[in-house]
Design a protein around this ligand. Structure first.
Ligand code: IMP
Ligand code: MG
Length: 175
């Protein structure tokens, strides 16, 4: 499969993605009973994950959006930008961040430092994917969908320069 001039191959099927997302939703439904969490969807990458995940959320909750970016092409730039204001409504709430993937943790650490300027009851992170760097303890991900190897993936919201976000399955860049 070719996207924007690069070759990708199937990595995680749509069926497995659905199982991963359901498992995460079950955990949140169990842990946030009567906590009325405020979900922050990290745009752009988490849009498809969040749409499927939230359909399986049974606890009372609210949803807001934030757009942050650090990637260009297949590499992180290391410079994080938060392009949208953090919703005021998170004040004194249990905040649950929905992220597509945490790689070096730079984006999440920067976002957390901004978020912590606002008093909340708790902050939890749900990430569909994590890469090995993160596993070295740079940032604690409370709910991990799947640990993946240190390679570039696209699909299910994740992009290669904005291509491939609509794919139902996840594809990996060919070596
Ligand atoms: P970090 O700051 O290195 O943790 O990068 C996190 C962000 O980079 C994620 O929110 C994604 O948008 C993007 N990213 C990291 N790895 C990948 C990948 O394999 N495919 C697509 N985007 C990625
Ligand atoms: Mg992202």
């Amino acid at each position: 499969m070719k996207l924007n001039g690069k070759e990708f191959e199937i990595y995680i099927s749509a069926e497995e993605m659905a199982e991963i997302v359901s498992r995460l939703a079950v955990s949140i439904n169990r842990d946030f009973v009567e906590k009325e969490p405020f979900f922050i969807i990290m745009l752009n990458g988490a849009f498809m994950f969040a749409a499927d995940f939230l359909r399986e959320i049974t606890v009372s909750h609210e949803v807001g959006f934030v757009r942050a970016s650090s990637y260009e092409g297949t590499q992180t730039t290391g410079k994080v930008k938060v392009h949208t204001p953090i919703p005021d409504k998170i004040k004194d709430r249990h905040v649950v961040i929905l992220e597509d993937i945490v790689d070096t943790g730079i984006t999440m650490n920067y976002f957390l430092s901004e978020l912590k300027k606002i008093p909340t009851k708790s902050i939890s992170i749900v990430s569909l994917f994590v890469k090995p760097d993160v596993l070295r303890g740079k940032v604690k991900i409370d709910y991990v969908g799947k640990e993946i190897e240190n390679r570039f993936i696209v699909g299910y919201g994740l992009d290669y320069d904005d291509f491939g976000r609509n794919l139902e399955a996840v594809y990996i860049l060919k070596r």
